[in-house]
Design a protein around this ligand. Sequence first.
Ligand SMILES: Nc1nc2c(ncn2[C@@H]2O[C@H](COP(=O)(O)OP(=O)(O)OP(=O)(O)O)[C@@H](O)[C@H]2O)c(=O)[nH]1
Ligand SMILES: [Mg+2]
Length: 314
Amino acid sequence: MGFFSRLRKGLEKTKGSLIKNIETVVRGYAKIDDEMYDDLEAVMLTGDIGVETTEYLLDQIRSGVKSREIQNGDDVIPYLEKCIVALLEENNDPVPDCTGTTDVIFIVGVNGVGKTTTIGKLAKYYTQQGKSVMLAAGDTFRAAAAEQLTIWADRTGVPIVKHQEGADAAAVVFDATASAKAHHTDILLVDTAGRLQTKSNLMEELRKMARVASRNIEGAPQETLLVLDATTGQNAVSQAKLFGDVVPLTGVVLTKLDGTAKGGVILSVKRELGVPVRWVGVGEGVDDLRPFDAAQFADALFDRNVEKREQEED
Ligand SMILES: Nc1nc2c(ncn2[C@@H]2O[C@H](COP(=O)(O)OP(=O)(O)OP(=O)(O)O)[C@@H](O)[C@H]2O)c(=O)[nH]1
Ligand SMILES: [Mg+2]
């Protein structure tokens, strides 16, 4: 199965819990009234869209009613689809191309969201694009973290810089940036510890890592990607807000979109965080991560252009 098919399959439950419920609600209404808004609000909130984004979408529907684009319940779905697509496409400029020097990418996030796996997948993706890649085992906190990353390095055939468990993560970053620079490596992917202990510890460690990186490579880290586990729904949004207060984020990686009913969370990530979704993950395999493509995502969510998409599939 190609990526679109996997994405579409992964979003089936989200579709079931969210889109289908919205359809069921609006179909019953010959004319739009307060009761319909209340019912809509309830299904959107259960679909993990979040309070703020739900309010936003309801306001959009209200203006559609005002402009007479929506005259009855049946008109709501295509209208809402348009709003959701616009939301997905918002704030979605492509990542600027490599600058010629090494691009350092920090991968951050709480325990178990998929940071290390994402690094493995990114290593594969970028090497396939003809880029040279290096990994840095910046999670020196958890036993076996470096080993897990080493397996990905071996699997994707890229070098890795690592220290002993318990070593200073910033020292790993220092060595890795020096090595990447010396080897003219295009992309250095830095794994980080998932603990969130206290906010100030995390802040200090990540800041130190960034400071050290920029000493060897100007402007580093060029990207700081926050990995969020879609299955945690609205929790992911709170995590993102917490991290965003600590480090400047350049993008989000939304993992585990395979089989969750909470995929609606992507809408509140887009709406509430002001940080672009850069990558989406639909499984544990090395090919299960792709750049986020709003049009593709919308097609998968709303079952549009399915045949065309499947034909183009890799
Ligand atoms: N189903 C599914 N599983 C995923 C996806 N991405 C990662 N995983 C799984 O999630 C689990 C945790 O992944 P890790 O990459 O170890 O997560 P981490 O953030 O590095 O975890 P810590 O290092 O403990 O903080 C693993 O079993 C992965 O295979 C995905 O897109 N879909
Ligand atoms: Mg890890």
